[in-house]
Design a protein around this ligand. Sequence first.
Ligand code: TRP
Length: 452
Amino acid sequence: MNRVRSGWATRSGFYMAAIGSAFGLGNLWRFPFVVGSNEGGAFVLLFVLCVLGVGLPVLVGELMLGKLTGQSAVNAIQKTSKDRKSHWLWVGRLSLLASVLIFAYYSVISGWVLYFLMQFLVAPIKGESFDTAVLFKRLMENGHLQLGLTSVHIVLVMTIVAKGVREGIEKWVKVTMPIFFVLLLFLMTKSLSLPGSERAIRFLFYPDFEKLTLTSFVQVLGHTFFTLSVGMGAMVAFGSYLQKETPTPRAGFMVSGLDILISLLAGLVIFPIVFSGTVEAEVGPSLLFETVPLLFSQMGLGNYFGFTFFLCLYTTALVASFGLLEASVSNLVDRYNFQRGRASQIMGVVVFIFAILPSLSSSVLQNVTFQGLSLLKMFDALLINWILPISAAGICLLVGYKLPEKTVRDEFVDERLVDSHQLYGLWRFTLRWLAPFLIFGALVAELFDIKS
Ligand code: TRP
């Protein structure tokens, strides 16, 4: 069973891929609107605490599970629990389900990005600018177009994943990520020069705890797992490609730190536009698309900047999607000896079937709602506020109780660092007690919030 796995070609290759999978639509598209709908500052503070206090430990746990077993999620769990019929396997299955469903929903939004990318591509050719709000509305009303764009995205990802981890991911990320980072900094300076910027900064960084509701807690946990790409076995697969000498805690820390930084940057680009009063942006999935393009319409060479922005954004979505598909493909390959190409095709088709509902949710199926939520929003809530936290809790317990103590300790502790032993104790406590307790508490709180 223990086939030789292709490790990452270089250490930076792993970092780029792990960061690449964490950094995506979660930071730029989802973070701002979740912050908006939870009234800002207090939620942002909670998010930062939650990433460092809960997300990071779970991330390190997932990477370690993969690195120590050399397997992807379901197999890694089986190897750890030493039993083919162990109940723990349900954790693996749930995380697999999460990765498939999240990929389906992610593909719909990636399709939206693709649409804007195309608009900015043709705008300079046509020599005219466009009204973003009208454009977005047109896209929302056109279910066939959304379904088409979604399938283009899925096919693209499938083709690239079929080629294997190394070549596919490493090259792409290295070029676009630095460009995107600089572009975001530039957009932030533009945004902060708008009249609403002081209010935006206050909104983002002044914590008013009275604005939090019970559901805010589960939302912040769910978003933390989503944005760090944990809870769905993706990082188990990534960890299994990690080279022996790369320290797992450090890898986790880098990924979490950067993820926070980029999310805050996205907030600082988007909220000044919202507060400048030039748009009537709805605080929901359309927020990014209704705000950022306005910056481009106000600057010289705006269409080119717009094109670059959406190209970089699409690339991050693509790279994150590799990770999502990889999570399920690597399970098929490791567990059932499928060929990579075949496994990618099968998963691609499954994902497409699941993507049909959310991609039609604002057109043909717009009347299908549940508690006032459209199908897309329902998908989002079910996955991110329920399935992910539950599966992340399972992973915490598995790593905390089932992996052999000594092996884990040897892997975690770095004798050269003074506090390494204390950190290890804290980490283990978080996985065994704190994180499961918080997740359970938040889910119960959400149940009450829904009922009341
Ligand atoms: N973290 C990614 C983002 O912020 C989305 C994501 C969730 C993901 N789960 C994943 C990416 C698993 C790769 C693998 O957009």
